[in-house]
Write a protein that binds this ligand. Structure first.
Ligand SMILES: Nc1nc2c(ncn2[C@@H]2O[C@H](COP(=O)(O)OP(=O)(O)OP(=O)(O)O)[C@@H](O)[C@H]2O)c(=O)[nH]1
Length: 416
């Protein structure tokens, strides 16, 4: 009897088994680096962070639609149980999902910056070089040098320092040769940028007060439109490229599209996003949920995006204070990154000061450096805030974010 049915069973069974195999492969591939951790959160796809804070946040695992609520908590499919069908993963979305992207290696990204700096107009360094290379430097030449530095947003204090040092070296050492002039200028610019600052990102998991392993938590803050969401997306790619597992927290609940934007960034590299299903939800609650989810899923890093806020709006700055306080109930903040738009110049300095006071900024991300020949803001903002520039945005491409490298930066300014 069964023998009679065998050819029919094989005819139906083999294609089904093949499709199941393809789908499983796709699911595993789409989790990718860090995705294994996402999988650890909850096989139902709802994540483990629900039920805290807002009670409405969802963990969006890349590429899978969230499943309907399961009040009885009985939805974990028994894949090992022959009587229980596997979850319906064979929908077109899953099969048609694009493969995960592989982020570009981080090393070598500065080469692209140099090309962009060269294209974005005459870099600061080459303008300084052209003055310093003149035969006999007059007072007018020194004034021109000073003005060039001020116009490039270096700031009054650092400008005075470098002009004084250059004057001394030109006079005492008789620096004349073009190669000599270039070497001296390079050295002095490097001193201003300060290569001794620790620019490493604190992204190693830590330990909470009760001894539990907790992810590194990176909070990203800044005024509107500086590139926060983009930076979080790019940074997730950097971390994935380094083999770290990541969860994103969409605590920008103000701009309707921000959570979608963040989720898209994450899904491209297999990183899940914790978000609220309600516009205007309490951002502190979403941030808390993201950190709790990351902690329960034992990921390495939780990146929390926040809404753009003006530094002179007391209510919004209070909200930021609340976000930081609420997060630290779950895990200590490893980094608070202030995202500044390099093209906004001196205005960025005022922002930096206020954010530094409210949120305890530990590092600066200078975005849109590709759009300006004024590199001086790097020096000014470090002086103003006493914290280093740690990352720079070099363009709108997904891998246009690089760890700040003082030497490569100065060489870029000099058009080297
Ligand atoms: N050229 C260039 N553009 C960038 C860079 N970083 C971000 N952008 C662009 O800046 C614009 C704003 O970026 P978002 O990430 O949406 O800014 P945001 O700070 O999250 O915005 P709000 O949430 O409204 O405060 C986008 O068009 C980005 O592509 C960069 O390094 N270079």
């Amino acid at each position: 009897m069964i023998e009679d049915l065998l050819p029919e069973l094989l005819a139906v069974g083999l294609p089904v088994a093949a499709v199941v195999g393809v789908a499983a492969t796709l699911l595993v591939r789409r989790r990718g680096p860090g995705g294994g951790d996402a999988d650890r959160t909850d096989r139902t796809g709802r994540g483990t962070g629900t039920g805290t804070g807002t009670g409405t946040s969802t963990l969006e695992r890349p590429g899978t639609a969230p499943l309907p609520p399961d009040p009885a908590g009985t939805a974990t499919p028994g894949l090992a149980d022959p009587d229980v069908l596997p979850p319906p993963v064979l929908d077109e979305d899953v099969l048609a999902a694009p493969p995960l992207e592989v982020p570009a290696p981080v090393a070598g990204r500065w080469v692209r910056l140099r090309e962009r700096l060269a294209r974005s107009g005459s870099p600061l360094g080459s303008r300084l070089l052209s003055v310093l290379s003149r035969d006999h430097l007059t007072e007018d030449d020194w004034d021109e040098l000073e003005e060039t530095l001020l116009l490039a947003d270096v700031g009054a204090g650092p400008t005075g320092e470098i002009v004084d040092r250059l004057r001394t070296r030109v006079r005492v050492q008789g620096v004349r040769e073009p190669a000599q002039v270039r070497a001296v200028l390079r050295e002095e610019l490097l001193t201003l940028v300060d290569p001794s600052l620790d620019r490493s990102l604190a992204v190693a998991p830590g330990t909470s007060a009760d001894g539990a392993r907790v992810p590194a938590v990176v909070l990203v803050v800044g005024v509107n439109g500086t590139g926060k969401t983009t930076t979080v997306g790019k940074l997730a790619r950097v971390l994935v490229a380094e083999g770290r597992s990541v969860v994103l927290g969409a605590a920008d609940t103000f701009r309707a599209a921000a959570a979608d934007q963040l989720e898209t960034w994450g899904s491209r590299v297999g990183v899940p996003t914790v978000r609220s299903d309600r516009d205007g939800a309490d951002p502190a609650a979403v941030a808390f949920d993201a950190v709790r989810t990351g902690r329960q899923a034992e990921v390495d890093v939780v990146l929390v995006d926040t809404a753009g806020r003006l530094q002179n709006k007391a209510g919004l700055m209070d909200e930021l204070g609340k976000i930081t306080r609420v997060i630290t109930r779950e895990a200590p903040l490893s980094e608070v990154l202030l995202v500044l738009d390099a093209t906004t110049g001196q205005n960025g300095l005022q922002q930096a000061k206020v954010f530094g006071e409210v949120a305890g900024v530990t590092g600066i991300v200078l975005t849109k450096l590709d759009g300006t020949a004024k590199g001086g803001i790097v020096v000014a903002v470090q002086r103003q805030l006493g914290v280093p520039v740690k990352l720079v945005g070099l363009g709108e491409g997904p891998d246009d974010l690089a760890p700040f490298d003082p030497e490569a930066f100065v060489d870029g300014l000099l058009g080297a």
